[in-house]
Design a protein around this ligand. Structure first.
Ligand SMILES: Nc1ncnc2c1ncn2[C@@H]1O[C@H](COP(=O)(O)OP(=O)(O)O)[C@@H](O)[C@H]1O
Ligand SMILES: [Mg+2]
Length: 304
């Protein structure tokens, strides 16, 4: 454990609980009917986890997920049971001879265990990233024919649903509508497609009023019995592209609201984007932390 005071960045946790999965950013512990998802302050850029951590990033991500789960409850149920505000709330899950460390507060979500559907439900409101690359070569994105002459980062005539597989190893692969139907059944596929679009539209509109463009996002669903619920993280800067509305200029790639200082710094170091990445310097760490806190503040209207 890097720290227990609750202030220093958390690179990794080593709790006396059953570790289910250590992702790029989150350490997930199995609690039987529930999962403790601890969002660390690890950060990745250009698909590489960086040496160094961004203080408060985990609290921003966990807090934002909890915020959006609450806000979208009228659209779809979700897996959130508790955003852990005080580590002592976790006492019952820890062995009697150990104390939940203070650093878990604010960054840990207790969620209902669901049967994961092996799909990444991707919705794009703007033409960016791999969708822009595809469109500029073929005029299409996935199965959609788009009008010609769209610019990079331009808002799409309507949000597109572009699901992919969820692979445990290697890259996620695009799914056609019929492949998706085959995978999870037509009824469930069309229901969750509409739900994904509804969640995106709702969040996009809310964020826009707060000066943030959510350009695209991916979500996950799982089954609680027969009932689909939203799982994983929701509408965070790790699962979505956030842009600053005030600086938005279609016709080129947009700076990421949260990670741009970090990416610019890495590029300026001349790093070749292969691991290991250079050790992050204090200035870039603090600039990046500031961006994450600002995203939280704008979207929720609260200080972290
Ligand atoms: N409520 C849930 N029930 C079961 N699995 C879940 C639930 N929420 C998230 N998951 C799964 O837990 C894992 C979380 O991993 P994560 O920390 O995001 O790492 P990564 O995305 O880097 O693999 C994902 O595989 C996700 O599908
Ligand atoms: Mg993930």
């Amino acid at each position: 454990m890097a720290d227990t005071s609750g202030n220093n960045p958390i690179q990794s946790t080593d709790l006396p609980l059953h570790l289910l999965h250590r992702g790029k950013v989150r350490d997930n512990y199995d609690m039987g009917n529930s999962i403790l998802m601890v969002t660390t302050d690890r950060v990745s850029a250009f698909d590489v986890v960086l040496p160094g951590a961004i203080p408060d990033k985990g609290r921003v991500l966990a807090g934002l997920s909890a915020f959006w789960f609450e806000k979208t409850r009228h659209i779809i149920r979700n897996h959130l049971l508790l955003l852990v505000k005080e580590a002592t709330q976790l006492r019952e899950f820890f062995p009697p001879d150990s104390t939940p460390p203070a650093c878990l507060a604010g960054r840990s979500l207790l969620v209902r265990t669901a049967q994961r559907l092996p799909v990444e439900w991707v919705v794009r409101g703007y033409l960016s990233g791999s969708a822009w690359a595809e469109y500029s070569q073929t005029g299409r994105v996935g199965e959609y024919d788009l009008p010609s002459g769209l610019k990079e980062s331009q808002e799409l005539p309507a949000p597109l649903f572009t699901p992919t597989t969820k692979e445990d190893e290697g890259h996620d692969m695009p799914l056609t509508q019929s492949e998706l139907n085959e995978l999870i059944g037509e009824g469930m596929a069309s229901r969750l497609k509409e739900t994904s679009l509804a969640v995106y539209r709702f969040a996009h509109e809310l964020a826009l009023e707060q000066g943030i463009i959510i350009a695209d996002t991916k979500m996950e669903f799982g089954l609680d019995g027969d009932e689909p619920i939203l799982i994983d993280e929701l509408l965070t800067p790790d699962s979505s592209r956030f842009w600053d509305r005030a600086a938005y200029q279609p016709g080129k790639s947009q700076p990421s609201f949260d990670k741009q200082p970090l990416r610019d710094w890495l590029v300026a170091q001349g790093w070749n984007k292969e691991p290991p990445a250079p050790q992050l310097e204090a200035d870039v760490v603090s600039l990046t932390a500031q961006r994450y806190r600002e995203a939280y503040h704008r979207l929720t209207g609260q200080e972290l």
